[in-house]
Write a protein that binds this ligand. Structure first.
Ligand code: AMP
Ligand code: ZN
Length: 159
């Protein structure tokens, strides 16, 4: 499947995270390297909530080049080590939303790192109820995804 097309009229100048990278709007920065920028979320779900983003503008997991994706995730490992050092024992939820249908609000790829300090409040987004699914439907959809991966001729072009 091809990635979703960028909306007509969208410019990177409109992107709040591109503006943060350029320093055009303020942010509380915690990490930067050649490919990656990381800063504190201003609507934190918990103490320490941070965002890790690629320096290039890519909207989501469909669009982001593999090198940028790898760099973001490598940086996230440095940051979660630092969170442990800076905040004491923590657990960390690493989550990432793709598309308005799952409530992505800022359309520049970002990985949320959301720590829970030991003894801190439970993170609601990590406590969903485990309800056994319909195994026939799970099998069917799993097979469809596996077949799509097998037949994915675009894979070679994604770098
Ligand atoms: P989402 O697109 O739903 O994954 O989340 C976007 C996140 O970006 C939210 O958690 C916001 O609080 C955060 N956010 C939006 N604007 C800023 C900003 N200027 N500085 C820091 N965080 C921001
Ligand atoms: Zn951007």
């Amino acid at each position: 499947m091809l990635p979703p097309k960028r909306k007509r009229g969208f410019s990177m100048d409109d992107c709040i995270f591109c503006k943060i990278i350029k320093g055009d709007i303020p942010s509380i920065n915690i990490y930067e390297d050649e490919h990656v920028f990381a800063f504190m979320d201003i609507n934190p779900l918990s103490e320490g909530h941070a965002l890790v983003i690629p320096k290039i503008h890519a909207e989501n997991l469909w669009e982001i080049p593999v090198a940028a994706l790898s760099a973001v995730h490598a940086a996230s490992q440095k940051i979660v080590h630092a969170m442990k050092k800076a905040m004491g024992p923590v657990s960390v939820a690493a989550i990432q939303l793709n598309g308005r249908g799952v409530n992505q609000v800022v359309m520049h790829y970002h990985l949320h790192l959301i720590p829970r300090a030991s003894g801190g409040e439970t993170l609601k987004l990590t406590t969903w109820e485990m309800i056994p699914g319909d195994m026939e439907a799970i099998n069917h959809t799993g097979a469809a995804i596996a077949a799509a991966i097998e037949n994915d001729n675009d894979q070679k072009e994604r770098k």
